[in-house]
Design a protein around this ligand. Structure first.
Ligand SMILES: [Zn+2]
Length: 211
């Protein structure tokens, strides 16, 4: 049976790693973000994950041939509308911002980012921004949710921490703040799994519909 590990909205570094290991992340959008948001999302997620000594390679899932192999692979599907410029009806889907699929206690390399929930969570304060700044803030928030799910996937861990990107719940202020980081315990957990647990290669998914 497949379970899901959630990152929810809430009301309320490790240094000296020289060698970077490459992780490949396939992206699939129901509705793609703007160029500004997309660039900012990738920059923010890569910056956070770099604290564990990982470099991220991004690939569009629809373009995969299903024959490539990768040593470390994740697939993220982005649900809903991922553009910040569009003013939508109030989102009523709940407080979950992202999730990672589980098989028992084993973390599967499949995650989902709920774009409408992230936008709604930022909507009121971000509404005061101009287009470019709003797109940037939204992209950065998406990047933090992405980094949280990649922490679970590449760390093969269900654990959460009390601070930083590995917190189970993120406030609007967390998502809007100028800087977010993977705190040392989470970075060490992630780094430890990458160093020790992974063997062999994963094949690229040949059917994007299989989750
Ligand atoms: Zn989580």
């Amino acid at each position: 049976m497949t379970f899901r590990l959630l990152i929810a909205a809430s009301f309320a570094s490790v240094g000296c790693i020289s060698a970077q290991d490459l992780v490949t992340v396939f992206l699939d959008f129901d509705h793609p973000p703007s160029g500004i948001s997309f660039a900012e999302m990738k920059r923010e997620a890569a910056t956070v994950i770099a604290a564990a000594g990982l470099a991220v390679e991004w690939k569009p899932l629809p373009e995969t041939q299903g024959v490539e192999t990768f040593s470390r692979l994740a697939v993220l599907r982005f649900r809903g509308r991922c553009d910040s410029e569009r003013r939508l009806e109030k989102y009523s889907g709940g407080d979950v911002l992202g999730l990672t699929n589980l098989d028992g206690n084993r973390v599967l390399p499949f995650g989902e980012i709920l774009c409408d929930a992230v936008r709604e969570w930022l909507a009121a304060p971000a509404g005061a921004f101009g287009y470019a700044q709003r797109a940037q803030v939204y992209g950065r928030a998406l990047g933090r949710v992405v980094a949280h799910e990649l922490y679970h996937i590449f760390g093969n861990t269900l654990l959460h921490d009390l601070a930083g990107i590995a917190k189970a719940t993120q406030s609007g202020a967390d998502l809007r703040s100028r800087r977010a980081r993977l705190e040392a315990p989470a970075a060490q957990r992630l780094r430890g799994n990458v160093n020790g647990a992974r063997r062999g290669f994963f094949h690229a998914p040949s059917n994007p519909a299989v989750y």
